[in-house]
Design a protein around this ligand. Structure first.
Ligand SMILES: Cc1ncc(COP(=O)(O)O)c(C=O)c1O
Length: 412
């Protein structure tokens, strides 16, 4: 009798706790922004997974970026974060720059095919000399500045046939990703240059670690000051007026004064503000690149083996009330609209990317998300390179579709 009473008490307690901690409805329909995108995309691209750019936001971002960087500092576009040649063209024209930073043999090949010597190219990572030789055999590379990160790399380049090549030297301003560690090492390398083989074009010292400063060790402000000091040290060993490259999306706004040791910064992500760069919203920039997938099936919350279990779960947590299977997904991106959608912990393990070509990913949500079959679920990519999962990126401006841009594929 006592045991029975205890059981009833425990069950009552459990029910009480479940009621107390019952999740509230997290769902809400698309905001005005995403409803606007949905109208345009459902009309122009029904039944399709889509990558798209908001050109108005992109334009506002590029103006904000140009306004923050001191006018004496040139902008160089980081191609890997913007994998689309027509998008690079558009940005180069808008920004009045012909400078690109390229990171891979396949992308450099496409860039040279399309732009030839009309663009000024700096490598963002050193390519093996074999890759450089293949490119030089096919293209006029007179406006390419090859990146040299070690004496051994220089030797391998100087063994290549052909006329002298422009080289830039990678210097370590604190990132610890290779390159010359101090001005003395740089000086020793420069003395070794064979002018018949190599023409010194300047320095590349990426400050990518500054935005990730660990507060227990130092602040981003202090580390940035150190970067500038280290850069100045390297500059003492080189002639002036050549490339003095640094910067990136996490630091461009710090290059706002005259007389800094850097005369150009390379950036790409800040133009489209993927989620890894959401800190940039503090500087007035806005996300401009999104992915969208239509709802393929809207189903009752049933699960395999114990179909009712899904319904029980939904009775407790209304946010499991609908199973939305999507036409696409598995992208390096997070769902941003409608809000209140999530992955199902019993359906997949919740890894951020489980399968890059999932046949129909599941997201769950309450009825307040307002989704029906054919409606779109929007994703914000972690990085601009999420575009490589698509053939084209559509461009929207002032509530209308304006053009479709080809995406670069080919690897890094
Ligand atoms: C050498 C170099 N410069 C600049 C950048 C900045 O690129 P983003 O602005 O897209 O972060 C990078 C990014 O990896 C880089 O490697």
């Amino acid at each position: 009798m006592r045991i029975k009473r205890l059981r009833i008490l425990a069950a009552g307690l459990l029910i009480g706790v479940l009621i107390m901690f019952r999740p509230t409805d997290m769902g809400a329909g698309h905001s005005t922004l995403f409803s606007g995108y949905q109208t345009v995309l459902k009309q122009g691209f029904p039944g399709k997974n889509i990558a798209f750019l908001d050109r108005d936001r992109l334009n506002a971002n590029l103006e904000a970026i140009r306004a923050k960087v001191h006018p004496s500092i040139a902008l160089r576009l980081v191609s890997k974060s913007l994998p689309s040649l027509p998008l690079l063209s558009y940005l180069m024209e808008k920004l009045g720059t012909d400078k690109l930073m390229v990171f891979s043999e396949p992308y450099l090949e496409r860039v040279l095919e399309r732009f030839g010597t009309s663009v000024d190219i700096l490598l963002g990572k050193p390519l093996p000399a074999d890759a450089a030789a293949r490119l030089m055999a096919r293209f006029d590379c007179s406006r390419v500045c090859w990146l040299i990160d070690s004496e051994a790399r220089l030797e391998s380049y100087e063994k290549l046939q052909g006329p002298a090549r422009k080289i830039c030297v990678e210097v370590d301003v604190g990132l610890k990703r290779g390159g010359f560690k101090n001005p003395e090492e740089l000086h020793a390398l420069l003395k070794q240059l064979n002018p018949a083989q190599s023409i010194f074009g300047g320095l590349m010292g990426y400050d990518g670690h500054v935005g990730h400063s660990l507060p227990v060790l130092t602040s981003a402000d202090k580390e940035f000051a150190e970067v500038l000091k280290r850069y100045k040290g390297f500059l003492e060993k080189v002639p002036s007026g050549l490339i003095q490259n640094s910067g990136g999306s996490n630091t461009f706004w710090r290059y706002s004064e005259a007389g800094m040791p850097v005369n150009e910064i390379a950036l790409g992500s800040a133009f489209v503000v993927p989620s890894h760069f959401s800190e940039l919203e503090k500087h007035g920039l806005k996300a401009a690149l999104f992915l969208a997938a239509p709802v393929l099936k809207k189903l009752a919350p049933e699960l395999p083996f114990i179909p009712a279990a899904g319904r029980w779960l939904a009775l407790w947590d209304i946010n499991f009330a609908n199973h939305f299977f999507l036409l696409g997904g598995g992208w390096p991106a997070d769902v941003v609209s409608p809000s209140g959608l999530k992955r199902h912990f019993l359906w997949d393990s919740g890894d951020r990317v489980q399968n890059l070509l999932p046949n129909q990913p599941l997201v769950v949500g309450s009825s307040s998300v307002g989704l029906e079959e054919g409606d779109l679920v929007f994703f914000r990519p972690w990085e601009g390179d999420a575009l490589v999962g698509f053939d084209r990126v559509e461009v929207i401006s002032e509530g209308s579709w304006v053009e479709s841009l080809e995406v670069f594929h080919g690897g890094n």
